[in-house]
Design a protein around this ligand. Sequence first.
Ligand SMILES: Nc1nc2c(ncn2[C@@H]2O[C@H](COP(=O)(O)OP(=O)(O)O)[C@@H](O)[C@H]2O)c(=O)[nH]1
Ligand SMILES: [Mg+2]
Length: 246
Amino acid sequence: MRISVVVPTYNEAENLPELTAALFSLPLDLNVLVVDDNSPDGTADVAAELSVRYKSLKVVRRESKMGLRSAYMAGIRMAIEEGTDAVLQMDADLSHDPRKIPEMAASLERADVVLGSRYIPGGSLDDDWHWWRRRLSRFGNWYARTILGIPVSDVTTGFRLWRATTLSGMPLERIRSSGYVFLVEMAYIAHCLEYRIGEVPIHFSERRHGRSKMSIGIQAEAAFRVWQVWWHHRDLRRRGRRARSI
Ligand SMILES: Nc1nc2c(ncn2[C@@H]2O[C@H](COP(=O)(O)OP(=O)(O)O)[C@@H](O)[C@H]2O)c(=O)[nH]1
Ligand SMILES: [Mg+2]
């Protein structure tokens, strides 16, 4: 199975060498696509240097900061056009442990997408997380899961392995959300279209270099956006129900 790893980056120059070394030491057939939004810290140049050593590493340089959704969409489209078997979404900040990828790949045999989940038995969060951030993340997950009825424990995880056929079967051009609600929206579309969603427990480590942008404001906006997702895809829900009743 050929896996294309799509890594969106914004100021990840310090993290990228360790991440790529860990990825390319795995016993898997991996391509890595770094999608950089002209990071001021020169991440794209670091990626270009690494691509001399690792032939399966490519860098997409974009002109300005266009956000996570747009970076993922660009990377996913490229990976699918290149004829990959599976696409892995992961952060560049070493929060997602590359050593979990083989287990996710094995689970993909029984699923159409596999989520790296912090909230199933065996999954965990970094001890460094403040209690309010733990609560918010837990609550945000419960909230989105309950409103949208997605039967998984971690709908906001950014560590996911998709079959290429799942992604090409999804109307990705309909996705409107930005930030991490975009991840909720992708999971929701997969659920509405009745793709099988698997989960593998992961440990989420806090980034060691750089700063996280998570805040109460982002969470409050996300709470509203979840309802927008619910409304925007009401026709997909009906399509799913019709398919079940045939
Ligand atoms: N290309 C691109 N990558 C981004 C952008 N915003 C965040 N990222 C990357 O997306 C991933 C997740 O972002 P991060 O700041 O770690 O989010 P957090 O863990 O939720 O605080 C990291 O690899 C970031 O470098 C963006 O606007 N463009
Ligand atoms: Mg992060």
